[in-house]
Design a protein around this ligand. Structure first.
Ligand SMILES: Nc1ncnc2c1ncn2[C@@H]1O[C@H](COP(=O)(O)OP(=O)(O)OP(=O)(O)O)[C@@H](O)[C@H]1O
Ligand SMILES: [Mg+2]
Length: 452
């Protein structure tokens, strides 16, 4: 096992380290509680063997912080006789066990063996309210495109209707990460169709070569052109779907030409006098306020009306929280294959955490958090502490209108913890300074840890 020793007495530290190494463990040592905390945050340890009585940050304070940060380590306190009652009280509040000095080797062996048995069995502990991933995925329709909330059911209904009419263009709107591209693929019928789906990110196209990319060009029509000419994206999408992502970024000069293609289903490759016909479905997406772009003169009104006959609005996660767990389940099932894991459940606490997070980055953020958590998870249950480090890293939600933090999905515990963590980090762990920065007393700072 990976064992960290926190002990301010140099001789005790060395003795413990020697004994543990002889037992075959990987051992690291810290001369203070603060140093131990730094090492715990940076790496993965199975066991922390911590002295209780240490200056600056005692073993008991360390237990509270570790619990508050949900760091996945089992803590064994090593106490002097004077600290026995406090150590006993720490049991169940974060400490796994405690030993009284002087430490006897058989006792140490027994406690470590209990702790390691607990560790391997930990993933099997099934809390109430846990999520059975297979069952949730089956209930959500076994689909690549998850839609359980009422809002998404409406979206799906609209999409299914639209599917029948490839000649009608549609605009997919929604904040970043809400699923505009996956919805476009669903409209196209990616998994049931062998017709092409051509996605073009307009923002990534160079305005000079925009038309050539989209409409194609004749051989030798401009310097630097491919001598064989190019068929262009519209032609490549023949019989299928052309998905123009971030349509607000299209150069003004190209807008009239695009309008003509959509209306007349006809276009001229660069350098050609012969019109080409197209039969593809046009889908557009934007995360910007297109009517606002029209008012600002950056987007042609006639083009806007043409592409927005059907608008599919992908709601942010904050308006469809019922989709969160089915989405998480579908990501976990896929990741089980790619990462060769066997995660079958989400614990009740982990589920609450997922449901209460703000998800300003929407479904993409959820997917990223689940992917990272899966990388570091073990066993069959995704637990709170697998998710916590990645959720804590996310930015605090901001409400642009009134700077209120109380946006949907607000979670006081995570906010408190982020702020306390940030303050401690900025003050290199100095609690008096951190408390000052947070505008609270040192005593309150401790009680914050207790609350969480
Ligand atoms: N309803 C859904 N079911 C399953 N997966 C989804 C769903 N919505 C989004 N996703 C997944 O979330 C991720 C982000 O979705 P997508 O790329 O479609 O978002 P987007 O709206 O196009 O974002 P951006 O504006 O940043 O380009 C993708 O990996 C996608 O597969
Ligand atoms: Mg996209």
């Amino acid at each position: 096992m990976n064992v960290l020793i926190a002990e301010d007495d140099q001789y005790c530290r060395q003795d413990l380290s020697d004994v543990l190494q002889v037992m075959g463990h990987n051992v690291k040592s810290a001369a203070s509680g603060m140093e131990a905390l730094g090492l715990l945050k940076a790496g993965l340890f199975d066991i922390l063997l911590s002295d209780v009585d240490m200056p600056e940050l005692s073993g008991l304070e360390l237990v509270k912080i570790i619990k508050a940060l949900a760091l996945p380590v089992r803590i064994i306190l090593v106490s002097g006789k004077a600290d026995i009652i406090a150590s006993m009280n720490a049991l169940g509040k974060g400490a796994f066990d405690f030993m009284v000095k002087p430490v006897s080797v058989p006792n140490l062996e027994k406690i470590l063996s209990d702790a390691s048995a607990g560790l391997s069995g930990q993933s099997e502990i099934l809390e109430q309210g846990r999520v059975d991933i297979d069952r949730v995925f089956r209930q959500s329709g076994n689909s690549e495109f998850i839609f359980c909330s009422e809002k998404m059911r409406q979206v799906r209904k609209k999409i299914e209707r639209l599917r029948e009419y490839p000649e009608i263009p549609a605009l997919l709107c929604g904040a970043s990460g809400t699923g505009k591209e996956i919805a476009a693929k669903f409209i196209h019928g990616e998994h049931t169709s062998d017709r092409p789906f051509i996605g073009v990110n307009i923002a990534s196209l160079n305005s000079g070569t925009f038309e050539a990319e989209l409409f194609g060009y004749k051989a030798g029509s401009f310097t630097g052109a491919d001598p064989a000419g190019s068929r262009g994206k519209i032609n490549a999408a023949s019989g299928g779907t052309l998905f123009l992502d971030e349509i607000s970024e299209i150069p003004l000069a190209a807008q009239a030409k695009l309008l003509r293609v959509i209306e007349a289903r006809e276009y001229f490759p660069v350098g050609s006098d012969h019109p080409c016909k197209t039969s593809c479905r046009f889908l557009f997406s934007t995360n910007r306020d297109l009517p606002g772009c029209v008012s600002a003169g950056a987007f042609r009104q006639d083009l806007y009306y043409r592409i927005s006959q059907v608008i599919i609005e992908l709601p942010p996660v904050s308006e469809r929280r019922e989709d969160l767990i089915p989405l998480a389940a579908s990501f976990i099932l896929k990741l089980n294959n790619t990462l060769r894991r066997d995660v079958k459940y989400i614990s009740g606490e982990a589920r609450e955490l997922l449901e209460s997070h703000t998800w300003t980055g929407n479904i993409r953020e959820l997917k990223n958090v689940i992917t990272e958590a899966m990388l570091f998870s073990e066993g069959q249950t995704l637990l709170e502490h697998h998710l916590m480090p990645f959720l804590l890293r996310c930015t605090l939600p901001q409400n642009e209108n009134n700077n209120s933090l109380l946006v949907p999905g607000f979670n006081l515990e995570i906010h408190n913890q982020k702020l306390v963590d940030e303050a401690l980090g900025k003050c290199s762990g100095n609690k008096s300074e951190a408390a000052k920065m947070l505008g609270i007393t040192r005593r309150k700072l401790y009680s914050r840890f207790r609350v969480i």
